[in-house]
Write a protein that binds this ligand. Structure first.
Ligand code: CS2
Length: 485
């Protein structure tokens, strides 16, 4: 049984100063914890949160309402040590997927002068930007809807835009928009999504947004596996915690934010947040080292028969492969400010992946590959090729992703591919095999920018890796890979 340290919430009042879109596990275990610590320290705060789910999980919203927004976060350092926190900073929970009164309420909260920050965790696909180019996908049905019905939006950028419009019309200064999703230049990308929607509708509003609205970038980091029956029963048995809204996560947490909040912000530094002028180097480091390795572990690990990150990193050949990717294909692409110990960061990551108290399923990470690969692997691969370096690890990752998206895992039934492009993948798989299948994938412009897919060195490396996988299977291929390096 682990030793449990309990951190109760203090009796405290928090007014709503932040509206959040995307009430998932990550938000509850990351941003909400920083705000809770701030509230516990000061005993009162203007930075309570109204948090909304846009499309999924109405049941969680209802549960949180029954619990007056209260829930627990269990932070596992390892099997032996857990911190259990009470969270009370979520003052209101909304589900706006059905539109109507709750959407209106959310928009009213966002338009209220007391709301000074709007934060988002809606996952990469929630911005409707092309993963390869960052352009708004104006043909996407949800965006077509928001362009036609801007007052009753469905997408996150549409909701942010309508709330900003209300403030613009009422002469209320705009809130700051803080994107907390794992995208490169996430502040700029969010700005692009919102202004991409605004421009065709109202040029005055679009200009006001361009001139007045701050979209600072930030890097968020905490491993928060999706909750499942096993996680809930462990909480009940080990911690006597019977909260169905609880979240389990690692004890590590990091947040680096660009300091640009015209209407003010919490004293986040007190809670260990790093406030910086330029977040991009931190973001790139995290995307390529942590998330890049995660995606490799997911596709390669699943093909090698593993289920969780812990299992995958416990496979000696795969661990060696990941260390090689970090040292030879991720680290050389980074340009960090002085004083950042990248090798130490990479070592710590391997230890975090090996945290056996988290059941982090590889299938969770494997979701939405089309949205994740460009920033995790492909931008770095271009730099590596420019520098005349090898991209063998990345190429094996791309080959494994293609196989995962088109073939059942060894010894299994065909799996459901959770990705906005899943229909396209199925179509390619039905029409092509082998080399032609790989070519069809590499020609997907939404994923592979032409500047990369046009390079023979890139295509050849992926083709070689794919045919090696077809010939030998992943487990054996990893062994050969490890033996030759
Ligand atoms: C993961 C991330 O699911 C995924 O794609 O790589 O959610 C990862 O756990 C977080 O970014 C860690 O901060």
């Amino acid at each position: 049984m682990p030793v449990v340290q309990r951190v109760p919430s203090v009796a405290a009042e928090a007014g709503v100063g932040i509206v959040h879109l995307g009430l998932g596990a990550f938000h509850r275990a990351h941003q909400a914890v920083y705000l809770q610590r701030h509230l516990n320290r000061h005993g009162q705060s203007q930075w309570g949160v109204c948090s909304a789910n846009l499309r999924s999980n109405r049941a969680l919203v209802e549960l949180l309402r029954e619990q007056q927004g209260r829930y627990c976060v269990a932070e596992y350092r390892d099997r032996e040590q857990v911190t259990l926190r009470d969270i009370t900073v979520v003052r209101e929970a909304l589900y706006v997927g059905d539109g109507g009164a709750e959407l209106e309420l959310l928009l009213q909260h966002m338009a209220a002068p007391g709301t000074r920050i709007v934060t988002l965790t809606v996952t990469e696909k929630g911005y409707y930007l092309s993963p390869a180019t960052g352009q708004l996908q104006v043909q996407a049905p949800a965006i077509v809807h928001d362009l036609a019905h801007p007052r009753t939006p469905r997408t996150a950028p549409g909701i942010v835009l309508e709330a900003l419009r209300r403030r613009y019309v009422a002469g209320v200064p705009p809130f700051t928009v803080l994107c907390c999703d794992n995208m490169p230049d996430n502040g700029q990308r969010t700005r692009q999504a919102v202004t991409g929607l605004a421009a065709p509708q109202d040029s005055g509003l679009a200009q006001w947004i361009a001139e007045q609205v701050a979209f600072p970038g930030c890097m968020v980091d905490r491993i928060v596996p999706a909750m499942d029956a096993r996680a809930f029963s462990r909480l009940e048995q080990q911690l006597d915690c019977h909260d169905r809204a609880a979240v389990v996560c690692e004890s590590f947490s990091q947040w680096v934010i660009e300091d640009h909040f015209p209407l003010g912000r919490p004293d986040w530094e007190e809670e260990g947040v790093q406030m910086v002028a330029d977040v991009r180097p931190f973001e790139t480091m995290k995307l390529r080292l942590l998330n890049g390795s995660h995606s490799l572990l997911a596709y390669i690990g699943l093909l090698a028969g593993h289920e969780s990150v812990f299992e995958a990193i416990s496979d000696a050949d795969l661990a060696l492969f990941i260390r090689r990717y970090m040292a030879e294909e991720a680290t050389p692409t980074l340009d960090m400010p002085p004083g950042i110990d990248v090798a130490g960061y990479a070592r710590d990551l391997c230890a975090r992946f090996a945290n056996d108290s988290l059941q982090h399923r590889l299938r969770q990470i494997a979701m939405d590959g089309s949205q994740k690969l460009p920033q995790r692997w492909l931008q770095g691969a271009r730099q590596l090729l420019d520098a005349g370096r090898s991209i063998d690890c990345t190429a094996l990752g791309v080959a494994a992703w293609i196989r995962y998206c088109t073939e059942p895992l060894p010894g299994r039934e065909a799996q459901v591919i959770d990705d906005p492009l899943s229909a396209t993948f199925a179509d390619i798989a039905g029409r092509f095999d082998g080399t032609l299948r790989v070519d069809a994938f590499l020609d997907l412009e939404q994923v592979f920018p032409a500047a990369l897919s046009a390079r023979p060195a890139f295509r050849d490396a992926v083709q070689r890796a794919y045919s090696a996988l077809e010939r030998t299977g992943m487990g054996k291929h990893l062994k050969t890979f490890a033996a030759h390096n």
